[in-house]
Design a protein around this ligand. Structure first.
Ligand SMILES: Cc1cc2nc3c(=O)[nH]c(=O)nc-3n(C[C@H](O)[C@H](O)[C@H](O)COP(=O)(O)OP(=O)(O)OC[C@H]3O[C@@H](n4cnc5c(N)ncnc54)[C@H](O)[C@@H]3O)c2cc1C
Length: 381
């Protein structure tokens, strides 16, 4: 068995693992990242084309501040590549007049000096003629938001880190159990093909597999839901004509890089196993997306379906992330439960993991394992 020795081993090369690796590496740690499928692979929650980044989170200061702080990191890595990984085209939230969460977002964004504008129905119609808008609706626009190119950004960051000395290993890490500890410390992890990785600290950023790898801690606390995404080949070039938009439960993207007009439904689907789920989108999902388009973007309702994708959200009971010490090991950190909104926060999550490992922050609410219940009751916007 090969034995390797690091300051920190990160299990999982999704957006949480990669940004944690980046922040730890920049702080001078010897870091290894191990993943069974590689960065943002096809089954991972960080795979796929694009993710929304926005700062409006109602009254939630932490996510507002983290999303805002993360923007400069995303811009910095986007600037390193000729095909941008951050399309900063703004995010438009369509809402009913007097929406309380939008009012709260306006208060908080103003407090943090984060720019936004509001759009009346007539302004929305003038600016975005493909959009059908009712008189009792309004728009809330964040110009600094936009689309993060998901898979490409994680893979780019991984390639940059590999070049600058972070070790990337391929392997499936075997589940850990409390019996493996020596006085509350996990000495090493093993992959099923016989690699042994020794480190001072371990970060398990395993996305929808976190409960399989850390069953003692996670059992029953991860709610993995099926989510479908549809791309339509519209005859209008939506890139440049539309921002990223959110019209819950639907949200979507103009056609970036010629991919098609993307529409997804944020409603949680049924519970799945990420290893065995059928990855073909359903006829019902397509019909729901077309019915939505019929009302909001009628010109696109009959556009050919060009591509689909089935992914998963790895939800906590309340929708808050998990960033806490493993209850059995003082050197093991559980980082996950992105709950369908984690991607944009990758850089801030990485900062938080660095602070936890350096002991400059203590694990805190709302990210504690103890606050994760056995029943889903989402409170995060
Ligand atoms: C359809 C969809 C739309 C979304 N939209 C948005 C959005 O608009 N905005 C937003 O901010 N967020 C969004 N999210 C959420 C966001 O993408 C996720 O929260 C985030 O990608 C989770 O990243 P992760 O690193 O925790 O998990 P993952 O990306 O799944 O990474 C976990 C990694 O761990 C590895 N791993 C697991 N177990 C092992 C093991 N035993 N050994 C080795 N490796 C292992 C896996 O191979 C995987 O690569 C969306 C998610 C989906 C699915």
């Amino acid at each position: 068995m090969k034995l390797r020795n690091y300051d920190v081993v990160i299990v999982g090369a999704g957006v949480f693992g990669i940004w944690s690796a980046s922040k730890l590496h920049n702080a001078g740690k010897r870091v290894a990242v191990v993943d069974f499928g590689g960065p943002a692979h096809v089954l991972a929650s960080s795979g796929g084309e694009s993710r929304v980044t926005r700062c409006s989170y109602g009254e939630d200061e932490t996510y507002t501040e983290w999303a805002f702080r993360s923007i400069s990191d995303w811009q910095a890595i986007s600037a390193k590549t000729t095909t941008p990984i951050f399309h900063q085209v703004g995010v438009l939230r369509l809402h009913k007049e007097n929406d309380e969460s939008i009012k709260a977002s306006k208060r908080l964004l103003a407090q943090y000096d984060i720019p936004f504008t509001t759009l009346s129905p007539s302004k929305l119609r003038d600016q975005f003629p493909v959009m059908q808008v009712r008189d009792d609706e309004a728009g809330f626009f964040e110009p600094q938001g936009g689309a993060l190119m998901a898979k490409r950004s994680v893979q780019l960051l991984a390639a940059n880190l590999a070049e600058s000395g972070v070790t990337f290993l391929s392997g499936l890490v075997s589940p850990i159990s409390i019996q493996q500890g020596h006085q509350g410390v996990l000495p090493s992890v093993e992959t099923v093909d016989g690699q042994q990785l020794k480190a001072e600290q371990f970060v398990f950023a395993c996305g929808p597999w976190l409960d399989q790898v850390c069953p003692d801690a996670m059992s029953g606390r991860l709610f993995i839901t099926r989510q479908e995404v549809f791309f339509f080949a519209t005859d209008v070039d939506t890139a440049g004509a539309l921002p990223v938009w959110s019209d819950l439960p639907f949200y979507g993207f103009p056609s970036f890089e010629g991919r098609g007009f993307k529409v997804a439904n944020d409603t949680h689907g049924h519970f799945i196993n990420p290893d065995t789920e059928d990855r073909n989108a359903s006829k019902k999902g397509e019909a729901d997306a077309r019915a939505y388009l019929h009302n909001r973007f009628p010109e696109f309702a009959d556009a050919p379906l060009s591509e689909t994708r089935v992914c998963q959200y790895e939800n906590s009971s309340d929708g808050h992330f998990l960033m806490d010490r493993h209850p059995g090991f003082e050197n093991v950190w559980l980082v996950g439960c992105g709950s369908g909104h984690g991607f944009k926060h990758g850089p801030a999550v990485g900062d938080h993991v660095l602070n936890l490992i350096n002991r400059t922050s203590e694990p805190q609410e709302p990210f504690l394992l103890g606050s994760k219940g056995l029943q889903q009751d989402r409170i995060v916007l």
